[in-house]
Ligand binder design. Sequence first.
Ligand code: NAD
Ligand code: TYD
Length: 398
Amino acid sequence: MKTYLVPGAAGFIGANFTKYMLKKYEDIKIVILDKLTYAGNLGTIKDEIKDDRVEFVKGDIKNRELVDNIFYRNNIDYVVNFAAESHVDRSIENPQIFLETNILGTQNLLDVAKAHWMLGKDEGGYPIYKDGVKYLQVSTDEVYGSLSKDYEEAIDLLLEDEEVKQVVKDRVNLKTYGDNFFTEETPIDPRSPYSSSKASADMIVMAYAETYKMPVNITRCSNNYGPYHFPEKLIPLIIKNILSGKKLPVYGDGKNVRDWLYVEDHAQAIDMVVNNGRLGEVYNVGGFNEEQNINIVKLTIDTIAKIMKEEPEYSKVLKTDLENINYDLIIFVKDRLGHDMRYAIDPTKIATELGWYPETNFEDGIEKTIRWYLDNQEWVEEVASGDYQKYYKQMYEN
Ligand code: NAD
Ligand code: TYD
């Protein structure tokens, strides 16, 4: 049996990863460590907490004594670290907590894991570790900075690598807005306080790999979407506002491009890297799904309007008239400071080495996501009470 320590599993991606792993592996233990910040919610993992294979610990990844204690009580094989401050707009308002959690928290987890996994030292003074252990840092494509957008409208993305073509054969009509992509060799060039803190954390992880020969991997993923996404991020915020007939704030001209990945595909990628990734390696994880923000917003409006027309039983979720669900809801607002123009991942390495590719195409993924929100309004109400109201007012109503 493998035991995973999963910090940040009460948040969006960590929770989806935990659900995925518990479903996939019978013989597994997951210890969740989460501070339950505004972004972490026990309601998100309520079924998992009842599972005998799960232990929940409320606390901070920076707390050495607490993390130490978790390692004393459990035979941890893998640490998969999702815990972070994750929202760019919040990092612009208050950078300090991003540095504290994302950098110092990561270093603390690494240091405690190193102490518990170390069996002795070799003649060169390097630590020797228990067999099979690994620390995986869940990072982001935003550490690479911003790519140029070379085309106003998307063009066909032609895959050149024969092996990649084979792996992704059932994804068709791929498109792109540019000629360049983030590979694992792209230099780190973060531009926001959030991405800088994640890049710093990545460098600390690699420093532990070099200096202490610590067994690590880093995954750098593009924008995720799917169930349990906190409604401060674009897609869940748009869904929430459409359902109540509120304006949809699009930053700048709406032409910035993100590469959207369905969260379950990300969970699968992390599982593959934990179990088969080569030690010390970085793996980029991307959606093959570049889209401009404005098109994401329009597609979300269209999909909700279609579902409401075809399945009138859902209208009970609406706090506005169906006829109000149209593009008039869109408003263009002041642009984000230092707004990155385009992110796009080249997932050749993970596709060819591990056989992973993003299985979910966007039209299916967004419909699944919207249906999840329609069926789980209680969750939305719960997470959007308290701090969220204050945040929304400050961000969008001033
Ligand atoms: P999230 O904000 O939804 O969840 C973060 C979780 O970490 C929450 O449960 C929160 O309570 C917990 N947390 C925060 N500070 C903590 C601390 N000091 N100690 C313990 N727990 C703490 O974030 P997410 O979207 O699920 O992202 C998870 C990870 O994936 C992050 O590291 C993020 O940088 C990375 N990532 C996210 C995306 C995306 O699109 N959301 C894309 C690529 C990478
Ligand atoms: P977001 O979901 O915050 O993710 P990230 O900044 O990590 O990419 O934002 C996705 C894109 O949507 C980004 O270009 C900013 C834009 N955006 C808006 O236009 N309006 C909004 O209200 C939000 C939250 C984001």
